[in-house]
Design a binder for this molecule. Structure first.
Ligand code: NDP
Length: 335
């Protein structure tokens, strides 16, 4: 598959381009806003060439476009790609606003191209194992979910994410992943949230605690999220509490396929779950995206999934701003 990259970004260089190469895909062109930097980026990262012109890049005979600019620029990249008839993989959060995100998804649907959101955690063997334990009934009915997405944001990423106009911060960077992963693992939707943020010196509110409610198909479950840019000595974790058993995945909210899943029952029996092949998350996701483009199924995370995760993250933002609990307006059984 021939790719154009819109965004000369860190995530493209560190994860997506190596994964494309591993799959034998061709990164034809990268678009950046600074011609010289983008040309250097192309050479350094094995991309055919760099340009500042999206039109030129989309005229280069590419099948798919990967959009990884800062969040407020995703929409322009996606609309251009879709307008040129290209399939598109867009980074999370799809956009700073729900209206923008919906318009992106609608445009892709109207053009008949595949649009996917790069919530890479869906491709984690650890997260997939948790989903399997819910889906096959091992855990019974889900009673609650607890997520610790607790990192120390690397120095090199402390730019636009921290309080700029580019639309990020801890909620649009980390919480949005949590919402998607919770939906993916449990099959439930986030119905309402109440959030508290704290300022720990990195920028504004750089750590949040979220209490929420999950539902769907008659289920009713609690949600706890702890998302932080400021925790140097923490493991990440994703825990699901069920009526038949609970499962704890450690090091689960990560870019690597590491981590363990332990199944626990009331009799204190603890079993290490076999999570299968520990494949690179981005390789797995891009392979599935290519299969969807070839007409085999859907990508791991669709554009619509990206809208749903954004809706959850924006509800958390609204709760932080207003000090109130926020309903996502989802009622009844959810497909
Ligand atoms: P970067 O800061 O590395 O890149 C974002 C944009 O900033 C680039 O497109 C580039 O603009 C500009 N930029 C980057 N470095 C420089 C520089 N040295 N000088 C000048 N401009 C620069 O962002 P990330 O890679 O961290 O994030 C990009 C997107 O990917 C975000 O939407 C983020 O949320 C998402 N992301 C997703 C992850 C995942 O695993 N799914 C993980 C990390 C990020 P231009 O291209 O116009 O030159």
């Amino acid at each position: 598959m021939r790719w154009a990259l819109i965004g000369a970004s860190d995530i493209a260089a560190t994860q997506v381009l190596p994964a494309l190469r591993q799959l034998g895909h061709e990164p034809v062109v990268v678009v950046g806003s600074d011609g010289e930097r983008t040309a250097r980026y192309a050479i350094r990262n094995g991309v055919g060439y760099g340009t500042t012109s999206i039109e030129e890049a989309l005229g280069a005979g590419v099948d798919a476009v990967y959009v990884s600019t800062t969040n407020e620029r995703h929409a322009a990249g996606v609309h251009a790609a879709v307008g040129a008839g290209c399939h598109v993989l867009c980074e999370k959060p799809l956009a700073p606003s729900l209206d923008q995100a919906r318009a992106m998804v609608d445009a892709a649907a109207g053009a008949g191209v595949v649009m996917a959101t790069n919530h890479h955690l869906r491709n984690s063997p650890v997260i997939a194992a948790l989903r399997g334990l819910v889906a096959d009934g091992t855990l019974g009915r889900v009673l609650g979910v607890r997520v610790a997405h607790t990192n120390l944001l690397p120095e090199r990423l402390r730019g636009w994410r921290l309080g700029s106009e580019a639309g990020a911060g801890v909620v649009l960077d980390l919480t949005v992943h949590d919402v998607d992963t919770v939906r993916f693992v449990t099959g439930m939707e986030v119905l309402e949230v109440a959030a508290i943020g704290v300022a720990q010196g990195m920028s504004g509110l750089d750590a949040v605690a979220v209490a929420g409610r999950l539902g769907g198909d008659g289920a009713d479950a609690t949600l706890h999220l702890h998302d932080a840019f400021t925790t140097p000595h923490a493991r990440t974790a994703f825990e699901v509490f069920g009526t038949a058993a609970s499962a704890l995945a450690t090091d689960a909210m990560s870019q690597t396929p590491d981590g363990e899943v332990v199944l626990r029952r009331a009799d204190r029996e603890e079993v290490l779950v076999d999570v299968g092949e520990r494949e690179n998350l981005y390789v797995r996701g891009l392979r599935a995206f290519a299969e969807a483009v070839a007409g085999h199924g859907e990508p791991p995370c669709t554009g619509e999934d990206g809208v749903r995760s954004l809706a959850g993250a924006l509800a958390v933002t609204e709760s932080l701003m207003t000090g109130r609990r926020v309903s996502l307006g989802i009622t009844g059984d959810i497909a």
